[in-house]
Design a binder for this molecule. Structure first.
Ligand code: AMP
Length: 437
């Protein structure tokens, strides 16, 4: 019995044409992925970021330490395995790998601040749903080697510029400062004292968080818990004067750049190596998975990963799949599927040979040329030319070979022009260049 296969749950194929997956989500075609990736690269270049590419496979211990033992990712979402005594993990995010690479290759010795960007797949064993996959794609930046507030503002600015460039305007940027770990500890203490009398009113999740990591109670989406939190102590009242001054500078630079945001005192991250500025970009169009991107300072991470010196740094990470959902919601302009400049149909064996050879010449000249590879009838070939939406078609048969001249037909207008074989590539290039302008 023959058996075919399906892709793994929580992963998806990117095809030449768009399609709708089982959950009703439109999966963009490869041309749109290329367009979005090219836009990301273009904006990154304008903001003077260099690309870094790290392996998909990383040591499990790097992720355990870099992402944090206590996180959901490390506790239950890693695709990790052992082989010949080596522990591998499919990277669930790209910040820890970039910091590993920075330390390993002494990138600080390149001089100045390292401004790095990445694009690539990540893996988390989460419950798949709309906007949540097991293999998904992130792009992001890491700015390493500076604690200057301008680095924070520039990180936020480059992120916003990408969505802006793609026509995604309906977003909400939330910002907060986490201060330094010592002050945060005092705050956590105060928050716990405030929340404990309400413990019976909290959900089971929040009660558990109250015990293990009270900061995460602030993440709650439940109305009655948010009401309880209304009068809770605020982190901003606990941060040091230096942290406050840093945050004020970040805000001034963002104002200079015209970036708008709302301050959200409940936006927090649980791990100690996160410091100072933190932010999240949301889209109202994404439903439950509303986060398009998130980021912040992580001035202590390099030390957690073994560096003797602190490496102050800030970055953001954004999800591609959610960006596509936002693109759809915004009905933002995207390039169409790439269509051939020319389709050359052949009639008869001699013509097939000529077409095969000429196709090669035209392609070498820079044209996007399609031809039949199945020996189909002329009618079927023309149907194919239409399906592929070729701009021009040529039909080559015995008469054309004899006259050494082809009729070039513009498909949209139906206009025809006889062109000598010797001038074919020049004329076609000329026509197609005008077409693309
Ligand atoms: P994080 O590394 O968890 O801060 O995630 C950064 C961004 O990646 C999020 O804002 C999402 O846009 C995206 N993301 C995270 N996890 C997933 C997932 N499982 N599927 C799709 N996108 C994700």
């Amino acid at each position: 019995m023959s058996q075919t296969f399906q892709n793994i749950k929580g992963t998806f194929d990117i095809l030449p044409d768009p399609y709708t997956d089982d959950g009703g989500t439109r999966i963009a075609p490869s041309a749109e992925w290329r367009y979005v990736e090219a836009t990301v690269r273009d904006v990154m270049a304008r903001y003077n970021f260099d690309e870094i590419r790290t392996p998909i496979l990383e040591p499990t211990a790097l992720v355990a330490r870099g992402v944090g033992e206590a996180t959901d990712i490390v506790q239950k979402e890693m695709f990790a395995f052992e082989r010949s005594d080596t522990q591998y993990v499919l990277r669930p995010e790209i910040t820890a790998p970039v910091v590993r690479s920075y330390l390993q290759h002494h990138l600080d010795q390149r001089g100045g601040v390292q401004k790095l960007f990445y694009i690539g797949p990540c893996f988390r064993a989460e419950q798949p749903q709309k906007g949540r996959y097991r293999q998904f794609h992130q792009f992001g930046v890491e700015v390493l080697g500076t604690d200057d507030a301008r680095a924070d503002a520039e990180t936020v600015a480059v992120m916003m510029a990408i969505y802006d460039e793609l026509g995604i305007k309906d977003t909400r940027l939330r910002m907060n400062t986490l201060g330094t770990p010592d002050r945060r500890e005092e705050y956590v203490h105060a928050l716990r004292e405030y929340l404990e009398p309400y413990a019976d009113e909290l959900s089971e999740t929040s009660r558990r968080r109250l015990k293990r990591n009270p900061l995460r109670v602030l993440d709650t989406k439940l109305d009655h818990e948010q009401a309880i939190l209304q009068d809770a102590p605020q982190l901003i009242d606990y941060v040091s004067d230096e942290s406050r001054a840093h945050y004020d500078r970040v805000q001034r630079f963002l104002a200079d750049l015209g970036v708008s945001y709302v301050e959200d005192p409940h936006l927090v991250r649980g791990l100690d190596y996160y410091t100072e500025t933190t932010f999240e970009l949301e889209s109202p169009d994404l439903g439950a998975q509303s986060a398009l991107a998130g980021g912040g300072r992580y001035d202590r991470l390099a030390e957690v990963l073994g560096s003797e010196e602190p490496v102050p740094a800030i970055g953001f990470a954004a999800g591609m799949e959610r960006l596509f959902l936002a693109l759809d919601a915004a009905e933002a302009e995207r390039p169409g599927l790439p269509a051939p400049d020319v389709f050359i149909a052949a009639l008869g064996e001699e013509a097939e040979q000529w077409v095969f050879r000429t196709t090669q010449e035209l392609r070498a000249a820079g044209l996007h040329v399609a031809l039949d590879l199945k020996g189909r009838s002329l009618k079927a070939q023309m149907r194919e030319a239409n399906r592929q939406e070729a701009d021009y078609t040529l039909i080559i048969g015995g008469n054309e070979l004899e006259a050494e001249e082809a009729t070039v037909k513009e498909m949209e207008s139906g206009e025809q022009e006889d062109v000598p074989f010797a001038e074919l590539s020049t004329v076609l290039l000329d026509k197609c260049r005008t077409e693309h302008e």
